[in-house]
Design a protein around this ligand. Structure first.
Ligand code: AVJ
Length: 326
C-alpha cells in the first residue's frame, strides 16, 4: 500500500542457520557446561532483556545513550555531511535514531541482522520516520563476507563516509580472540577515512558490576532461567529450573563479569533424548561481559588495524564510545 514505507533494498545473504539442538547438546556435554548466549533472545528473552535495561542497577544502556546524546555535535563533525551508517545487529532502536538525528543529512542507513524478519521490520520502522534517508536491510551474519561497495546504494551514498555503528558493548560478550576477529571483520568494511563507532563498557567497582548483572528485582536471573525454559520447551527437556541459582561475579584477572547458573543439588535430566547429570555446586557458564579501559580497548583495536581518532567517557558510571579508523 502507499502507506507502507519502502526500503531501498532488502537482501537475504542466507547466513548459515544456527542449530539450537546441537549447540545446546554440545554445551551441556562440555566438562564445564556452557550455553551459548545468542540463544537468550527468543520472544520472552528479548522482553526480559528490555526489562534488564530498565533496572536501576543496569547502568549500561542509559549511560551509553546519554553519552551518545552529549557527543552528537562532535560525531556530526567527524562524520561530515552525507555519511552512510551501517549497523550490524540493527536497529529501529533509540540509539540508531539518536545517531542519525545527530548527523548532518546522512545519506543512507544499512541495517544487518542474522534474522531477516527482524532486520526488515526494524528498518521499515525506521524508514517511516526517515523518509529522506536511503534505507537498506541485510539478512547477514558476521561470519559471512560482505562487499559494501556492491550494496545497491545510490552513487551519492557510496561517496559518503561510512560509519559502522556497534553500540551496546556487545563486543564485550565475545571472548577476546573472537572480539579481535569481529573487529577485523568490521575493519574490512571500511576504506581510508571511514570509521567504526563502537561502545564499550569500562572497568569499575566490582560492587557496581555485580549489582548490574544481578539486579535486585531478579530480572537478569529470570533472563538466564528463560533459556532453561526454552530448552525444556523446544528440546523436550526436563531440567528443574528450581534447582538452579543465578550467579554473577566480577573476575578481575580476565576483566569480565561472568554469569553462571549453579546447581543447588545433584540433578539428572534429559534434553532431546540425551541424559545429563549436574552435581551440587556445579555451574553452567552462561555469558561473559568484558570490561575495558581506554588503553586495553585501544590495544585490541590496534591489533585489528584500527586506530583511535577520538574516545569519549561518560560522566557517571564509566562507559566509552570510540571513533576508530583504519
Ligand atoms: C547486551 C550483551 C551488552 O553484557 O551488558 C546484560 C548482556 N546480560 N545483562 C551486557 C547482558 C546480562 C549485555 N549486552
Amino acid at each position: 500500500t502507499g502507506q507502507t514505507p519502502s526500503l531501498s533494498f532488502y537482501e537475504d545473504m542466507h547466513p548459515p542457520a544456527a542449530d539450537f539442538r546441537s549447540d545446546i547438546l554440545a554445551g551441556l556435554s562440555k566438562p564445564q557446561k556452557a550455553l551459548p548466549p545468542k540463544y537468550y533472545y527468543d520472544e520472552e528473552g528479548s522482553r526480559l532483556f528490555d526489562a534488564i535495561t530498565e533496572q536501576p542497577e543496569y547502568y549500561v544502556t542509559g549511560t551509553e545513550l546519554e553519552l551518545l546524546r552529549a557527543i552528537g555535535p562532535e560525531l556530526a563533525a567527524l562524520a561530515g555531511e552525507g555519511a552512510v551508517v551501517l549497523e550490524p545487529g540493527a536497529g529501529s532502536s533509540v540509539k540508531i535514531r539518536t545517531l542519525l538525528d545527530a548527523l548532518e543529512r546522512p545519506a543512507a542507513f544499512v541495517g544487518m541482522d542474522i534474522s531477516g524478519d527482524h532486520v526488515r521490520a526494524a528498518c521499515e520502522e525506521l524508514a517511516a520516520d526517515y523518509p529522506e534517508l536511503e534505507i537498506g536491510a541485510l539478512c547477514h551474519d558476521f561470519t559471512q563476507k560482505l562487499d559494501v561497495d556492491a550494496l545497491p546504494l545510490s552513487e551519492n551514498a557510496h561517496a559518503g563516509r561510512r560509519v559502522v555503528f556497534f553500540p551496546g558493548s556487545t563486543i564485550g560478550n565475545f571472548e577476546l580472540i573472537d572480539a579481535l576477529g569481529l573487529l577485523k571483520t568490521l575493519r574490512s568494511w571500511l576504506r581510508e577515512g571511514d570509521a567504526l563507532l563502537i561502545g564499550t563498557d569500562m572497568r569499575k567497582a566490582s560492587e557496581t558490576l555485580e549489582a548490574a548483572y544481578d539486579d535486585k528485582a531478579g530480572v537478569t536471573a529470570a533472563f538466564n532461567l528463560n533459556l532453561i525454559a526454552r530448552i525444556n520447551r523446544e528440546l523436550d527437556g526436563d531440567i528443574d529450573a528450581d534447582g538452579l541459582q543465578y550467579r554473577a561475579f566480577w573476575n578481575p584477572y580476565r576483566s569480565r563479569v561472568e554469569m553462571y547458573l549453579m546447581a543447588v543439588r545433584d540433578m539428572h535430566f534429559t534434553v532431546a533424548g540425551e541424559r545429563f547429570v549436574i552435581r551440587k555446586h556445579e555451574t553452567i557458564h552462561m555469558e561473559n561481559s568484558h570490561k575495558f579501559t581506554l588503553d586495553t580497548f585501544h590495544d585490541l583495536a590496534a591489533k585489528a588495524g584500527l586506530k583511535s581518532r577520538k574516545a569519549w567517557v561518560s560522566g557517571r558510571e564509566p562507559f566509552s564510545m570510540h571513533w576508530l579508523e583504519p
